[in-house]
Ligand binder design. Sequence first.
Ligand SMILES: [Zn+2]
Length: 403
Amino acid sequence: MIYVPSRMGQLNRRALLRQLQKLGVASRADLAKALGMSQPTAGKIVDELLELEVLEEVDMPATNQRETEAVVGENALRGRPGRQLRLNQSAAQILGIQLGVNETTVAGLSLGVPDRDEWHFTFPTGTSSSSSAKNWEQKLRASAEKIAGEKLLGVVLSVPGVVDESANRVLFSPNIHWTENADLAAIAKRIWNVPVLLVQEERALALGYQLTNPGSDDFLLVDFGEGVGGAIIVDGRPLAGTLPISGELGHTPVLGNHRKCGCGAVGCIETLVSTGGLLESFTAASRRKTKSWAELNAHISTNGIKPWLAQTLDAAAVAIASALNILGLRRVIITGSLTELPAAVMQHLATNIKAGSMWAKFGSVECLSAPRHRAAGLVAVGIDRLVVPEAAPKKMLAGKSFR
Ligand SMILES: [Zn+2]
């Protein structure tokens, strides 16, 4: 018999998984209580998810005797068994792929929330030639041999640009145009033969930040790297418009900037504040041979924020403050290359974001730097759309029988 949970069952499942993501480890009783479900209802969902290997039971860690005794003692007091539940961390169930401008990285991910991004396999993405899709497929296939895929629920693929996630297509990619004409989902499907989901890369970062920082439900995330992009979480959900374009801060024009951007326009902020843009300005300002990122880092440590850098950061701050003012948000999370530079850079950026945002005049505007949690974001998408899909689960549950 194929198990197809009801709509209510789906909602309960999702709620239970979200709760477990938040708690990390919990007993059946903890989950029932936190969700306001009866113990039999929560217990039934837990049993189903254990059968599907989405959850696993864990004994108290034997290495930490004192803590074990404390928890067991507490459990005994409340009259519940000592076995706890968590999202299955024993096997890779989602294949995460991060297609970046320069590099593509691949990792087998379990459903447990990863503390930090760790990628198992890396190869150059390939940016120019028309045969790039074919090259990419070959290199991806080579990585498949190194990552066991027996238990994969699906592949979740992070891509830059304007991505129609529901149609699994890249519509526009200023820095990797070949992905616009390539069916990336079909390529991954040919290799692993499991469902494939495309996720816009900044959205993955925002979902990853949310998952690793429970309680963060309203923020703008801005990532700096080879490009500049953003993603917006409002009321705990990604901001969804009718068109798959949002958070495109990088393509806001800066007056007086004449650099050409990969999007076809002239003057985009991305051409100044991306890693390549910063190095171009640094090289021009020092009137010497091409400068490296390490040299830029050292230069800022020694000399502080020079006018050319201040102007670029001010322009980025204007774009970010505008976004905050329009969205009514007061928290910005900054990830990526700018957070790797001396702290003066983030300080300068934060000061100017605050100067330009209305919320700063009433309450507080928070501007935090954070590590990239893209793998966690891919797991979040996988749990939502592969483990508990919106539509009736088809292939993935086929063959699983329930009593
Ligand atoms: Zn642009």
